[in-house]
Design a protein around this ligand. Structure first.
Ligand SMILES: Nc1ncnc2c1ncn2[C@@H]1O[C@H](COP(=O)(O)OP(=O)(O)O)[C@@H](O)[C@H]1O
Ligand SMILES: [Mg+2]
Length: 385
């Protein structure tokens, strides 16, 4: 499966997302930890505006984060014959050394999209990589899109009998046309406090906890800045925040669960990244039976939601595990060396660099398997004659 020469791995980071910065931190850890005796690492950075840079120019995005406007661009193009990065001549660049003469292709064996949120974790990049016929780490188009849409995700989980918090959802046009009725029905079904979320978001961006009607209206206004589809959930009170890492393709395995002790009333952006006061307990303290139950739910959710490679499955657990609600799945979880996804694997016996090797291997396996499927069909008779 693995080629004799080094594996050329493109590490894709940044991007047009509210989680751009988080991605840079994850990518720096991954680039650092990839074993250079096995991999040729090609950093590929996407600016917040969506410009693609590679190699040293991408590293400039990682370090300086600005001043990259005039650097030459490198793109993955949807052409399976190129399977790599195409350098494009940038006439406005003053950096002659980096200018490609015409077109230059850098082949890639595999891409690790270390992109969180929109245009990275949502199936769009995965679609491009499918078209380009390049192997990539993590869920495919459907699993990524489902993982990114909290409403569709809940509908699928509910349908499979997995316990989730009671919820409602609406499009902003319905809410605007019918605000009073909508609020009444939310209050009747979900009560306060409740959580209001843009359907497609991550890192708690645009999410609020509403304790009354005034806060509910403000929360909907905030969420509507990020999405036209809004999810409202009953708050699972006094719940423990539990995360479980899943690894594999068609036979996924789950790590030990971990518990987050959030520094705020809920695990918001500040508690996640800014104040540095949230802590983790790994493994989470549960009976063996509850631990096993959480692992089983995590692995089956991974399959139900059509994930591949990796995912982190998050839970809200009440009363020592009597009530386990699946909160959400993250198909490209935070990946710094102190992020939960790799830490949970480390506690389960898989080192950070071994985890990267395993993810690359899973990506190559899935890609190779797909190559064996037919994409043509020969009917007995040619119908168009
Ligand atoms: N129904 C809920 N009950 C209690 N807490 C919740 C609920 N939904 C979300 N939270 C809190 O809000 C945080 C962020 O919500 P989440 O759906 O995980 O969004 P994100 O995708 O941005 O991480 C959770 O980690 C949890 O602390
Ligand atoms: Mg979350």
């Amino acid at each position: 499966m693995m080629p004799e020469r080094k594996i050329r791995i493109g590490v894709l980071f940044g991007g047009r997302s509210a989680e751009h910065e988080v991605s840079l931190v994850s990518a720096a850890s991954i680039i650092n930890a990839l074993d250079t005796s096995k991999y040729d690492v090609i950093p590929i950075g996407i600016t917040p505006e969506g410009r693609w840079l590679s190699a040293a120019n991408a590293l400039a995005l990682l370090k300086e984060k600005s001043g990259v406007d005039n650097l030459p661009e490198h793109l993955i193009v949807p052409d399976p014959r190129r399977q790599g990065l195409l350098g494009i001549h940038n006439a406005s660049s003053s950096n002659v050394e980096n200018q490609a003469e015409g077109m230059e292709v850098k082949p890639l064996d595999v891409v690790f999209p270390v992109l969180h949120g929109t245009y990275g974790e949502d199936g769009t990049i995965q679609g491009l990589l499918e078209l380009a016929d390049v192997a990539y780490v993590g869920a495919g188009v459907l699993g990524s899109a489902v993982g990114m849409d909290k409403v569709i995700q809940k509908q699928l989980l509910e349908n499979a009998g997995i316990s989730i918090a009671p919820y409602s959802f609406f499009l902003m046009n319905e809410f605007e046309a019918n605000e009073k009725d909508m609020i009444n029905s939310i209050e009747k079904k979900l009560h306060y406090p409740c959580f209001v979320k843009p359907a497609h978001t991550g890192s708690s961006v645009g999410i609020s906890k509403a304790h009354g009607r005034k806060e509910l209206i403000a929360a909907v206004q905030l969420a509507s800045q990020y999405d036209r589809k809004i999810l409202v959930e009953k708050s699972i009170e006094r719940a423990r925040e539990i995360e479980c890492s899943v690894l594999g393709n068609d036979e996924p395995v789950a790590s030990v669960p971990g518990e987050i002790i959030s520094s705020n009333e809920f695990y918001d952006y500040d508690a996640k990244y800014v104040d540095g006061k949230s802590t983790a307990i790994i493994p989470a303290k549960f009976s063996k039976a509850v631990t096993k139950k959480i692992q089983q739910i995590a692995a089956s959710a991974f399959t139900i939601l059509d994930c591949a490679g990796m995912a982190r499955v998050d839970f809200l657990v009440q009363r020592n595990g009597e009530k386990i609600y699946l909160n959400e799945i993250n198909t490209i979880p935070g990946f710094t060396s102190i992020s939960m996804y790799p830490k949970l694997w480390e506690a389960s016996g898989v080192k950070y660099s071994d985890l990267l090797d395993r993810l690359v291997q899973l990506a190559l396996e899935r890609h190779a398997e797909k190559q064996t499927l037919k994409t043509t069909f020969k009917p007995k008779n040619e119908w168009y004659r």
